[in-house]
Design a protein around this ligand. Structure first.
Ligand code: GLN
Ligand code: ZN
Length: 776
């Protein structure tokens, strides 16, 4: 049968960092001046060659080219399209690489960038391009900047050189690039009232030229990613897609249009109609659309089915995948491309031999390399050679069966507790006004109470002590002494500053999610499961594989130790269920809502223990609640319902006179304020100083009912603000929020700062609060 030759496998992109994060090492050596640009480029080329070799070994029909990036793929595209913002003032003397890093990192990088990693620049020089989250992932891309004078010009040298590298292997390259409409969409207008869509007619000819050059080079497929097809677009952007592909589809270069992360929904017809040679869809995030697309897409087009989860680390259910793929084959006369759902950028390089995981856990997981292997097996099976891969299929089946029945995954007491959760478990005993009165009586705080968000400077001694304790070279007693010394220091400094609600400083925490994950059942940690966050920066998310429970108290000892040093209230400091969920790789065998609720119950236990130990103020951080929002608005209400409930479950077991705080940062919340209000925290602290209190206006208009601490200064920079500046922000805040509900605090935790600027800034912050008390 001819159908046997019609099965193709490919990937949308591969992790760039390398098995041992070689790219990170090379980049940082280059930035330090230890290796030249040529050495950096040579190491990058070696990584590409290694990654293509893996793709060839597993029988992919094309190696993917253009997905590699030294810092970020969108930044490479800005250069390729010749639209580097003029504000960088490039003279023509710089090399393309120098210009690239100037856009990525800014010129005149200020001192704190290397330690805090915030990527922001300040002071003299040109700030870097803004960085923002790539859809709902934890990858950050550099934001293109547009205005009416933006022009485009093809600079394809780097890309064409990479194509040549692949051809020389030899391999058949498929070039993967962000498509023109998503490129414009993901950029930012830098001119008031300028509609960046107006640039499309200028941009398309450059894409056309590029496609022509690639075809001439022998490239047989170009994958253009238009992930915005998974967003609520509106007619103007939909028309732009029509216009773009009507033009690019006729250049003669076969195009694979790729969408991922989100259902096509109202864009499904559009995606199937665009005159391109093939369409890739995400069958993991939108399995319900797979068969409709298979029916709708004309039969002369290729359909690439993203069946292997590119966003998570679980070994695939190959049997189930084959059932789905056979259904698609039946509808489409056997022809099929098979792929991961999206670029493998979002998963670690490999997990199969991770030193920190036992053999059983390893057998449940799949990093990028293992996912390539899954594609190899699927392809053989679809060819009709199931016996040739019988062993691999059986192994995958056994690993899955073992995971389903494992006692490490299911914990009957967690299930029983969830089932028995009373209806009111997510409600405080009394409404806010009664709690407020009880808390005022217990805490006796002044007006405009001052506090901080939790962490204090993490000095190199703190990091060294933590690392030595982890390695086993520092004994537990010595480690405890070192941490207690830090707590004493933090408490005495806060007392001297005159802050009202104190914190212990979080010296014992490396990371706000890892710290809790390490103490909760159901989590595992990898040794090498790194995922790129931005530039050279990688994160190693915990693996949440089983039912979550809390074997013992996690923070009570440190908090009580700190409370015993002061008569001021000591705030207990916890990470909330949604943030833990959001920043981990979570299980795919139950709804996220259920996992969130399990975490919430573990946090609830900790909250109760803190209260029982006499702690009167407890903060449950939820900085990630906004980023958990689904890409499609239609799915928001459901998410917000279970997410806010999980928070309330974690927070609601306490008495009226125990004050619950929450903290949020990194994002705008004005569009979800009613839901944030339903979280019913007694006090919310939010990042506001960088938006000049703009965010707070929403809280005022909405008449947010509980107490609020708008951040009065930016903690991302070592700059010490003037007292008057903070006073001005607070006065502004008092215009929209009743004064008796206002708190005074910085934007976020202070762990990336040093003590001198921290003490100076907090002294002025306390001074600002005091002068407000006199005038109010
Ligand atoms: N309590 C944490 C800290 O102060 C909060 C961090 C955050 O919001 N990202 O570090
Ligand atoms: Zn924060």
């Amino acid at each position: 049968m001819t159908r046997f030759i019609m099965i193709k496998t490919h990937i949308l992109g591969f992790p760039r960092m390398g098995e041992q994060r070689e790219l990170k090492t090379a980049l940082e050596s280059h930035w330090r001046g230890d290796i030249t640009a040529d050495e950096l480029e040579a190491q990058a080329a070696a990584l590409r060659a290694r990654h293509w070799a893996l793709q060839l070994q597993t029988g992919l029909d094309h190696v993917t080219v253009g997905d590699f990036a030294l810092y970020d793929h969108v930044a490479h595209l800005i250069q390729l399209l010749g639209c580097e913002p003029r504000r960088f003032g490039f003279t023509g003397q710089e090399t393309p690489l120098q210009r690239y890093f100037a856009m990525a990192r800014g010129t005149a990088i200020h001192a704190h960038t290397s330690s805090c990693g915030c990527g922001a620049t300040s002071g003299d020089g040109t700030p870097a391009l803004e960085m923002t989250k790539w859809f709902d992932t934890n990858y950050h891309y550099l934001v293109p900047e547009f205005d009416s004078a933006t022009a485009f010009q093809l600079n394809a040298d780097r890309l064409l050189a990479e194509v040549d590298e692949a051809i020389a292997l030899p391999a058949s390259p498929k070039v993967a690039l962000l498509g023109p409409v998503s490129f414009l969409y993901l950029g930012k207008s830098k001119e008031d009232g300028f509609d960046r869509l107006a640039l499309l007619t200028r941009l398309l000819p450059v894409y056309e030229q590029l496609l022509t050059r690639l075809a001439a080079r022998g490239v047989t497929w170009v994958q253009l990613d238009e992930p915005i097809l998974g967003l609520d677009l509106g007619p103007a952007w939909q028309d732009a897609l029509r216009q773009a592909y009507a033009r690019l589809g006729v250049v003669g270069q076969p195009l694979l249009l790729a969408t991922y992360f989100s259902p096509l929904a109202d864009n499904l017809d559009l995606a199937c109609e665009l005159p391109v040679a093939g369409l890739h869809v995400d069958a993991v995030r939108a399995p319900q659309e797979l068969l409709p697309v298979a029916r709708r897409l004309p039969l002369d087009r290729e359909l690439s089915v993203g069946i292997i989860d590119g966003r998570n680390i679980w070994r695939a259910d190959l049997d189930a995948a084959l059932v789905q793929l056979h259904q698609v084959q039946a509808l489409r006369g056997g022809r099929l491309w098979v792929a991961p759902s999206c670029s493998l950028l979002h998963v670690p390089f490999s997990l199969r031999h991770d030193k920190a995981l036992d053999a059983e856990l390893q057998s449940w997981l799949a990093g990028a390399v293992e996912k390539l292997e899954e594609l190899r097996v699927l392809k053989r099976a679809l060819w009709g050679d199931e016996t040739g891969v019988a062993h691999e299929l059986a192994e995958a089946r056994i690993a899955r069966a073992n995971r389903v029945s494992s006692r490490r995954v299911r914990n009957a007491s967690v299930a029983a507790r969830l089932a028995a959760l009373p209806a009111g478990a997510d409600q405080r005993r009394s409404p806010f006004p009664a709690r407020q009165a009880a808390q005022r009586e217990r805490l006796t705080l002044p007006a405009f109470p001052t506090t901080t968000i939790g962490s204090f400077p993490q000095t190199s001694e703190i990091r060294a002590a933590r690392a030595a304790f982890k390695r086993g070279t520092l004994a537990e007693a010595a480690y405890r002494d070192a941490m207690q010394r830090e707590i004493r220091l933090a408490v005495s400094k806060q007392e001297a500053l005159g802050l009202d609600v104190l914190v212990h400083g979080e010296a014992e925490r490396n990371d706000m999610v890892e710290y809790f994950g390490e103490q909760l059942s159901g989590f595992a940690f990898t040794a090498n499961g790194w995922v790129q966050s931005y530039g050279s920066r990688c994160v190693k998310p915990p693996v949440l594989f089983g039912d979550v429970s809390r074997p013992k108290a996690m923070t009570v000892d440190w908090t009580v130790f700190a409370q015993n040093l002061t008569r001021k209230p000591m705030k207990g400091m916890l990470t909330g269920p949604i943030t833990i969920l959001q920043w981990s790789f979570v299980r795919d065998d139950q709804p996220r809502a259920d996992t969130a609720l399990q975490i919430a119950l573990a946090i609830r236990d900790e909250v109760e223990d803190l209260e029982a130990a006499g702690i009167a103020v407890i903060q449950i951080d939820e900085p990630a609640i906004r980023e958990g929002l689904p890409l499609r608005r239609a799915a928001w209400p459901e998410y917000l319902h279970w997410a806010t409930r999980a928070f309330r479950v974690s927070a609601s077991a306490v008495r009226d006179d125990t004050q619950i705080h929450t903290h949020m940062c990194y994002s705008e919340f004005n569009d979800i304020l009613p839901e944030i209000a339903t979280m019913d925290a007694d006090v919310i602290t939010i990042e506001t100083s960088r938006s000049d209190m703009e965010l707070l206006r929403g809280f005022g208009q909405f008449q947010y009912p509980n107490e609020i601490g708008p951040g009065v200064y930016d903690i991302h920079s070592p700059r010490v603000p003037e007292t008057a500046e903070m006073l001005r922000l607070l006065t502004k805040a008092a215009e929209v929020i009743p004064a008796e509900r206002l708190w005074v605090n910085p934007d976020c935790g202070l762990k990336t700062r040093a003590w001198p600027e921290t003490e100076a800034a907090l002294a002025r912050m306390v001074e600002a609060a005091r002068s407000l008390r006199l005038t109010a």
